[in-house]
Design a protein around this ligand. Structure first.
Ligand code: FAD
Length: 348
């Protein structure tokens, strides 16, 4: 843990080189760059006031990879280069080949920083790549105050800790995407198009996927927005009492164009799948509006949603801790409130 050790902090010097050249690990799906990866570029840009060199690294196979690469080339004005690793080995985003790829690309490019979003994917790949590069990663960063000084939450978000990286290059970071919002690109703004190059994989080790293998992929067939990026999230807790009752919440979500979230208690009770879990061990969200129904407000849940702009809570217990963080609180029975709300909202 040398990156976090207070005793080893030198007063003024660090081994990070002054010029910033960052490698951003990119997630893409169906030819589109995931918003959290654009946030990682925004974080790379904020490492210094100078013109940082920022390379985006994409891996995968087939036409969707190349479509994603062309989108990456124009996704942020600060991107200097897009690197594409095109191979069947990356078809399923397994962490082991990805970690090896980051290792290989860093050895060739000598980056000062390697950055990924603090998503399931980033949290899977980055520490493995850091182990291969023999450096200590710093995770879940919410603020960058210099090229080697970062702020990250500790104790389930109840305190913020400033850490300085004093290790060798590269400084490897995962960033909390909700803390690095990307302003929408206006139609009249001029976007540069970064050059796209292929990563030479001729020396890439063949035998790398031994420890994990792709089994299958399931995804909800829904038109609702992705939980991590939705503008509105409606969350149900144990108070909903059954999977059947969650349908009531889904109806409300459809009317609001919202994503559905859940507490761990609701997930553990089998009401909804665990990819809907919000909190310390689930997804971190910061939507414009967060509505919590039948959620008590345990600190582990608050850790995943307390940065939401407006929080609305409905709970029949007036002393529920969720009311301490809510902007609007309604003491009432959710089985009365949700149908009434759905009925009064315009739409089908
Ligand atoms: P409860 O605490 O049981 O609350 C249910 C609420 O519903 C109550 O406040 C009740 O008053 C209300 N209610 C009941 N009926 C109605 C009704 N008819 N109308 C209105 N209100 C009603 N939790 C997470 O959510 N996310 C995490 O990531 C997470 N990670 C964890 C990690 C660790 C290491 C640990 C130890 C715990 C974690 N937890 C997490 C669990 C957390 O501590 C709580 O147990 C959980 O958040 C409680 O979920 P809940 O609010 O749905 O249930």
């Amino acid at each position: 843990h040398r990156a976090l050790s207070k005793r080893t902090l030198p007063l003024a010097t660090t081994s990070i080189s002054r010029s910033i050249s960052a490698l951003v690990i990119v997630e893409h799906e169906g030819g589109a760059i995931k918003p959290q990866s654009v946030s990682a570029v925004a974080a790379a840009k904020s490492l210094s006031d100078d013109d940082n060199t920022i390379a985006m690294l994409l891996a995968g196979s087939g036409p969707s990879l190349h479509l994603a690469a062309s989108r990456a080339a124009t996704c942020h004005p600060s991107v200097s280069q897009v690197l594409v690793a095109d191979s069947d080995k990356f078809s399923y985003s397994l962490a082991e080949p990805w970690a090896k790829l980051v290792h290989l690309v860093h050895q060739r490019g000598g980056y000062s920083h390697v950055i990924a979003a603090s998503s399931s994917f980033g949290k899977n790949v980055l520490p493995r790549a850091a182990a291969l590069l023999d450096v200590s990663p710093i995770t879940d960063i919410v603020e960058i105050s210099g090229s080697s000084q970062f702020v990250r939450p500790i104790y389930a978000g109840n305190a913020l800790c400033t850490v300085r990286y004093t290790g060798a290059n590269p400084c490897m970071l995962t960033i909390r995407a909700t803390s690095f919002p990307v302003p929408p690109v206006s139609s009249d703004s001029k976007l540069n198009e970064a050059p796209i190059s292929q990563v030479d994989l001729s020396t890439f080790d063949e035998d790398i996927t031994g420890k994990s293998r792709y089994v299958g992929h399931t995804s909800q067939d829904t038109e609702r927005p992705d939980l991590g990026n939705a503008r509105i999230v409606v969350t149900g807790g144990r108070g909903l009492k059954s999977a059947e009752n969650f349908k009531m919440l889904e109806k409300l979500a459809e009317k609001l164009g919202a994503a559905v979230g859940a507490t761990r208690a609701a997930v553990d009770a089998g009401f909804v799948p665990n990819d809907l879990q919000v909190g310390q061990t689930g997804k971190i969200v910061a939507p414009e509006l967060y509505m919590a129904f039948g959620v008590s407000g345990a600190i582990q849940h608050l850790a995943g949603m307390r940065d939401s702009k407006v929080i609305v809570a409905v709970n029949k217990d007036a002393d529920a801790p969720i009311f301490q963080v809510a902007d609007y609180g309604l003491v009432g029975d959710l089985f009365v409130v949700i149908p009434e709300l759905s009925e009064k909202l315009p739409g089908k």
